[in-house]
Design a protein around this ligand. Structure first.
Ligand SMILES: O=P(O)(O)OC[C@H]1O[C@](O)(CO)[C@@H](O)[C@@H]1O
Length: 246
């Protein structure tokens, strides 16, 4: 794993944007794997800036998102479909039909998971996948216990994840109990992975990622088996690992 230890959130975001833009400029039909959550918001602001002032076009870019809440319609304010439109897609020249996110309402859910995995294989896998990390080591919505060979599937969200994400909803009870997520194997299909971590809240997760064992108890640990992962983390996120000389 390559490690970029940066000063702060802004630097993490601009380093990540630099890697994404490099990928876009060197390919005729780039495929980006995208994430939600608060961590990539700064990256998305940088990409919008790159579109507005550095002339980076998304006309030929296709995107596949990691996950979507189960039971939320596309037009629900907390759906990841809305999140992506509001925080990125609506500010770029990307074509709507080139942006893919699981359908949180599709039934049966197993068919939607199979459709999404087939889509990843058909248009992708991603040339570059952006990831955040949960405090419990989840990537996408792959909670602890998820097997390494998992493909897109429906998950029951950990209470800690629902609690962490409650800040985006009017009340904690409104956080959906389930989600559709790319599996660990689906994520590892990507050519390159860029994992972002910022703030003291993520320090224990970064330490476990770098120093713990590779097993299902900490899903992000499987990233250590991938040949091209770059961790971009700021000083606060690194401080526990650093305290032990890492
Ligand atoms: O970036 P945040 O908001 O800390 O979330 C971390 C992770 O949790 C999720 O939002 C899912 O709960 C992921 O999409 C994200 O990578």
């Amino acid at each position: 794993m390559k490690i970029l230890n940066v000063a702060n959130y802004e630097e993490m975001s601009s380093e990540a944007a630099r890697l994404v833009e490099q990928e876009i400029q060197r390919r005729s039909n780039p495929v980006l794997g995208l994430a939600t959550g608060s961590t990539p918001l700064g990256l998305y602001r940088e990409l919008i800036e790159g579109f507005n002032s550095r002339g980076i076009s998304y006309r030929n870019v296709r995107t596949v998102n990691l996950d979507e809440y189960r039971g939320l319609a596309k037009n629900h304010p907390n759906s990841y479909y809305q999140f992506m439109n509001k925080n990125l897609f609506h500010h770029l020249d990307i074509r709507e039909e080139n942006t893919y996110i699981p359908d949180g309402l599709a039934r049966p859910v197993e068919a939607e998971c199979r459709r999404y995995e087939a889509l990843i294989d058909e248009i992708g896998p991603a040339h570059l996948q952006i990831l955040g990390i949960g405090t419990n080591g989840h990537i996408g919505f792959n909670e602890p216990g998820t097997p390494e060979d998992s493909l897109t599937h429906c998950v029951s969200l950990a209470e800690s994840t629902r609690k962490n994400n409650a800040r985006f909803f009017d009340s904690p009870e409104q956080v959906p109990t389930h989600a559709i997520t790319m599996g660990i194997a689906s994520i590892l299909k990507s050519d390159k992975i860029v994992l972002l971590a910022s703030g003291t809240r993520k320090a224990q997760a970064v330490k476990t990622l770098l120093e713990g064992t590779i097993d299902t108890g900490f899903p992000a640990s499987f990233l250590r088996k991938h040949p091209d992962v770059t961790l971009i983390a700021d000083q606060e996120a690194f401080h526990l690992a650093k305290a032990e000389g890492k």
